[in-house]
Design a protein around this ligand. Structure first.
Ligand code: CP
Ligand code: NVA
Length: 308
């Protein structure tokens, strides 16, 4: 049984196959209606349960559309409305029950441990729809988007600005190792990647630079990425964190220090005027809406990988 919890759990070959299948499926459904099923309907008669412990627009919508395009159906479960490791039912029992009803589970959780615990007891695959530690589906969609715009990502340079120690930056570091791109992280000392992920990067020979200088992080870059300064999980003094990160805002000046044809990426939701200016996110180099769309296509391949 295959779970999709972290990018680091899969081989480079498996990850590449997921991206390549997403490209082919996307191409094959040109001019289809948005929710019309693919010709082969590989998920026909099957279903996915989605549990959201935290808010979501993109993950919720894109998984729902992905499953429809694969010919299947979804059900969204609100943890408040089900016996989700609460009252007289353990997480293990909830997992056993879901195993009887559906073919795959997607979980967005505040605690990565819940994913592992739930995954241990489910006899069907589980997909990580964002945890406090990683956001692998978003990064897979970002690889797809990068390649659609810029060609093969291997050997290219990606820059990450701002909070260097969140779910997105963790998954991006893992992706750099698996897809072979160079990664430069510009962040203050306080928000550097954790020791655990830095050690993983060293062991996996990731070409990683962590610098306090934003200009150094974006120099010669093919793509500049950032994320909200305050993540859903953050229990921090927001004012202080924003003050620490203010020099890492992606603005026109910083964009001009990357390659001329560099693209700008953001997983959304966005703190406009904080981590990025309106001019950049709404500008010509921004590909943020394509990133949102590509969640559908990347996740279809991820679901297929889980079920194969
Ligand atoms: N990027 C992303 O995961 O967005 P949502 O929080 O809206 O799902
Ligand atoms: N780092 C952000 C990503 C949102 C998609 C968060 O966890 O809130």
């Amino acid at each position: 049984m295959k779970n999709f919890i972290n990018i680091s759990d899969l081989s480079s070959k498996e990850l590449r196959a997921i991206i390549d299948e997403a490209k082919i499926r996307k191409l094959n459904r040109k001019n289809f209606n948005k929710s019309a099923p693919d010709k082969d309907k590989p998920f026909e008669g099957k279903s996915m349960a989605m549990i959201f412990e935290k808010p979501s627009t993109r993950t919720r919508m894109s998984f729902d559309i992905a499953v429809k395009q694969l010919g299947g159906s979804t059900i969204i479960l609100n943890p408040e409305g089900i016996h989700y490791g609460k009252g007289n039912e353990t997480l293990k029992d909830t997992a056993k029950v879901l195993t009887e009803y559906v073919d795959v589970v997607m979980l967005r959780t505040s605690s990565h441990k819940n994913l592992e615990e739930f995954g241990k007891h489910l006899e069907i695959p589980i997909i990580n729809g964002l945890s406090d530690q990683s956001h692998p589906c978003q990064i897979m969609s970002d690889i797809l988007t990068f390649e659609e715009k810029m060609g093969p990502i291997e050997g290219k340079t990606i820059s990450w600005l701002g909070d260097g120690n969140n779910n997105m930056s963790n998954s991006l570091i893992e992706a750099a190792g698996k897809f072979g791109f160079k990664l430069k992280i510009g962040c203050p000392k306080k928000y550097e990647p954790s020791k655990k992920i830095i050690n993983w990067a060293k062991k996996n020979k990731v070409e990683l630079l962590v610098t306090k200088k934003p200009e150094e992080a974006v120099k010669d870059s093919d793509c500049i990425m950032t994320d909200k300064w305050i993540s859903m999980n953050d229990k921090v003094n927001e004012k202080i964190k924003k003050k620490h990160l203010k020099n890492y805002q992606v603005n026109k000046g910083l964009m001009s220090k990357a390659k001329n044809n560099a693209i700008f990426m953001h997983c959304l939701p966005v703190g406009r005027g904080e981590e990025v200016t309106n001019e950049v996110i709404d500008g010509k180099q921004s590909v943020v809406w394509l990133q949102a769309l590509n969640r559908v296509h990347a996740q279809k391949s991820i679901i297929k990988w889980c079920l194969n």
